[in-house]
Structures are given as structure tokens and as C-alpha cells.
Design a binder for this molecule. Sequence first.
Ligand SMILES: *Cc1c(COP(=O)(O)O)cnc(C)c1O
Length: 370
Amino acid sequence: MVDLKQQYQKIKTEVDAAVLKVIESAGFINGPEVTQFADALAKYNGVQHVIPCANGTDALQIAMMALGLEPGDEVITPSFTYIATTEVIALLKLKPVFVDVDPKTFNIDPEAIQKAITPRTKAIVPVHLYGQAANMEEIINIASAKNLFVIEDNAQAIGSDYYFSNGTSKKTGSIGTIGCTSFFPSKNLGAYGDGGAITTNDSALATKLRMVANHGQSKRYYHDVIGCNSRLDTIQAAILRIKLNYLDQYIDARRSVADYYDAAFASHPKITTPYRSAFSKHVFHQYTLILEGINRVELQTYLAGHDIPSMIYYPVPAHKQKMFESFGSSETDLPATDFLTERVISLPVHTEMDEEQLNFITSKILEYIN
Ligand SMILES: *Cc1c(COP(=O)(O)O)cnc(C)c1O
């Protein structure tokens, strides 16, 4: 689905030098590159504070810990997402309240949020799925009216812009109370190992987030709150600092791939190409089609036979996962989530795809379907 080897070859000289420098300095933990990368990301993302951490799942967990959510507090989340979003809610003994998505954008439906709010609701976690922003303007309006926190799961959409109705724009991850992102190697800004970051414009909250990520420590060996140990290591920070300079280029490459696919599948009666909402710049972490009247398993087998990878993100929605059995959430009626779960398929999209590959993939798919 991605080609990280070829991507590395193009930046090898820079990356190798940066990694060697860290090794030679032996500053493996909290070396200067960590702060340098955090500062560069803050600037890029238009936020005051970036707190690097070990991975995107930790970012979400630390966010919820720092906001002081209490056991039993309700957190509204889409079910149509990667499991990490919802898992950390339950891990902290909070209650995940699964709501439906807009079947066009794959993202959390503001109307469904509105209906799910109770006196125990404390936070909303919109996920900018596949690289396109959720409807943040409506979500922020709902949250402000009810005094709720908004934690953006920006793991798939780093670099995306959100366009407000008044003509201004902001980067995803800089709009809610807190933004959380992941540098898992296949993400749009991928490290060469695990990594994550938390973003916020609230200085007091940033202090708390840093504390939670560092054993609840206020000064050395003084621990004020229960925290965890979650760091971005220096080698990863050094690599990410270089790759951040290429992020916009990487996004352009992904968008070109999406354009090619869009044109190839345009107006095919059995294929719906990804909807592009007016309020978001889609950064195409995934290129995901909705298939109608096509046996997805057989198509995948056929594609695999031609060495074309494809994936189902995600084959089981969160509310139907066994881990949430005790919440009884599998009974929740989420028709758009079920509809999409049965019909989506994601095709390869990455920074190194060429026209020959794209032509091969699209013609094989059309050959099969027509
Ligand atoms: C990747 C991802 C995460 C988790 O990130 P890790 O770094 O793998 O822990 C969380 N949410 C979403 C939507 C993701 O895609």
C-alpha cells in the first residue's frame, strides 16, 4: 500500500547524516532534535504547543488524562475509525458513545453528535478519517454550546487544511481543544519507527500534557499526577524534522494519485470515488472507494493475483468489536457505518506511485468490474 523504501532513497543523504549525528552525540532520549522538531511542527501546524510522544494511541490517551476526565464520563466518538480512537476511552474507564458517520465523507455526523449528548458527556473525538477533515465548524459550535472538549484524532490527516465559512482556514489538529497525531511509518508524515504528537493552543493544558507524558512529573522526582512514560526518541525526531520539510510535497503526490483514480473511475455505476468536501483539503492518507454490487472478497483475490494490494479499513466497526462487549454497543444502530463497512475498499496511495502503476491498477479493476 506504500513504498517507503523508494521514498527513503530520495532523502537518504540527509536522513543518514541526521541519524548518524544523533548516534554520535548519544543523546538518544530528549536530544535537541526533539525540541527542534516540536518547534517546526508547531509552526507548520499553526499551534502554540507540540508535545511529542511515543505514538498516536498514547497521544489520545494522554490528551484524555490531561483533560481530567473521570470514570463514567461519556466521550462521543465515531465507530467507523481505527480501534485506537475508541480503545483509549475505555482503557481510562470512560464510556465510549459511538455515533454514526456521514456516508459521503466517512466522518462523524454532527447531527448524530447532537443527539448523543447527555449530562455526562465531556468530550467529542472527531477523526479526520482517510485524510479529510470532519465538519469542525459544526462540531466546535456544538461543543462550545455544551462546554465539551474536542480532541481531534489527526493521525490520518496531518497537513490537511480546514476552511471555515468566514473564509479563514486552519490546519487540522489546531482547531479543537487538543489535536493528536501519529508518525507510524505509513502515515503521511511517517517516522522510521513509532512516534506521535499532541498539539494545543492552551498553555496551561500544554503544561499538564507534558507532565502526564512524563510520569506526572512537575520537577525532577516530584510527581504531582498519575502519568505515563511516552517519549518520541531523538532518532525519530531527527528523521521527522527532515521529512516535515517534504510533507507538502508528499501531500501533493498523494493528491495527484487520487486525481488519477478519480478520473479513471468517474461515473462508473458500481464505484463511488471519494467525496471531497468544500471545507477540507483532502490529504489522501487512504484512497477509499465505495463499491456497489461487487463481491469485495473476490475483487481483492483477483487484485492480489495481479500483485495489486488493497485493504479494507476497517472490516469491523468499533462498536461491534468484542472488546466493547460489556458496553452492549453492538446493538447501537449505526446504518451509515454498517453500510460503509460492507462496501469500502482502499487502493494503494503513496508518494512514489507512477503513471504506469496507476494505469495498471485502474485498468485491472475496470477489467474485472466491467
Ligand atoms: C494510526 C492511527 C492511530 C494510532 O496511531 P499509532 O501511532 O499507531 O498508535 C489513531 N487513530 C487513527 C485514526 C489512526 O489512523
